[in-house]
Design a binder for this molecule. Structure first.
Ligand code: GTP
Ligand code: MG
Length: 224
């Protein structure tokens, strides 16, 4: 007699054998879509790298300290669509998800964030779809960052395609906070989680105050 899990395993194997051509086609098409998002990241991150070095020349300091990027993993794509009750296919991935291609820009000061956002958003082959300013309007938990969803045209061998990219722009200090807060969210059991949430909120407010203070000090130092 087979156990339930052995039966599921056998059913799955049988399904895969019977549908192997179809499955292979889907894997190839999925990889092709991910390759397109990867190209969109290359387009936008190149623009940001150019802005980074040009701003450095003009401002004589590092306005942008780091540019990071990632493609959403298949598991994460599947879970997000599943949570929304949306059937997973290439069309729903394109339609529903803004963050398959994600770029994070880390800046020194708050005003650098707005400079980068404005310079990128005003390029004539970048279409700004949405902006969420969580610096002017922080989330209740204290989260701060400037989010842009943009569309960028990418030229492939067969066509030109507009692809969506999520860009998060934040200071080094905001990034420091968001990383720890993110780790907390993914840790299921924390003994004093209510206290931690409250203390993180206080840290976010302190960080915001310090970010602003540092900017004022930078200007006083520059004035001499
Ligand atoms: P999703 O969160 O992607 O479903 O979309 P949304 O419409 O809520 O977008 P939003 O712009 O609020 O958030 C997009 C991304 O920003 C998230 O996937 C996170 O990477 C980041 N983010 C948003 N809120 C928080 C937060 O409270 N803490 C941390 N650490 N990151 C956040
Ligand atoms: Mg969210």
């Amino acid at each position: 007699m087979n156990t339930d899990s052995e039966k599921t395993q056998i059913d799955l194997q049988q399904y895969m054998v019977e549908h192997q051509d179809e499955l292979l086609e889907q894997v190839v098409a999925f990889n092709e879509l991910m390759n397109r998002y990867d190209a969109a990241i290359k387009e936008v991150s190149t623009k940001l790298e150019i802005l980074k070095s040009d701003l450095k020349l003009h401002c004589k300091r590092d306005c942008v300290t780091a540019i990071q990027y990632r493609i959403k993993t298949p598991v994460s794509i599947f879970n997000k669509l599943n949570k929304r009750g949306v059937k997973v296919n290439l069309e729903s991935i394109r339609r529903e998800l803004n963050d398959v291609a994600g770029i994070r820009v880390i800046c020194s000061y708050i005003d650098d964030i707005y400079t980068v956002a404005e310079k990128l958003g005003s390029q004539d082959d970048i279409y700004v779809v949405e902006i969420k300013d969580y610096i002017k309007n922080p989330k209740p938990n204290g989260y701060r960052s400037y989010h842009m969803i943009v569309e960028v045209p990418v030229f492939f061998s067969d066509a030109k395609e507009l692809l969506r990219v999520e860009i998060q722009i934040r200071t080094v200090a905001m990034d420091f906070w968001a990383t720890l807060e993110h780790d907390m969210k993914y840790k299921k059991e924390i003994a004093d989680s209510a206290d931690i949430v409250e203390e993180l909120k206080q840290c976010a407010d302190t960080i915001s105050e310090t970010d602003r203070h540092m900017m004022a000090l930078r200007d006083r130092i520059a004035r001499g």
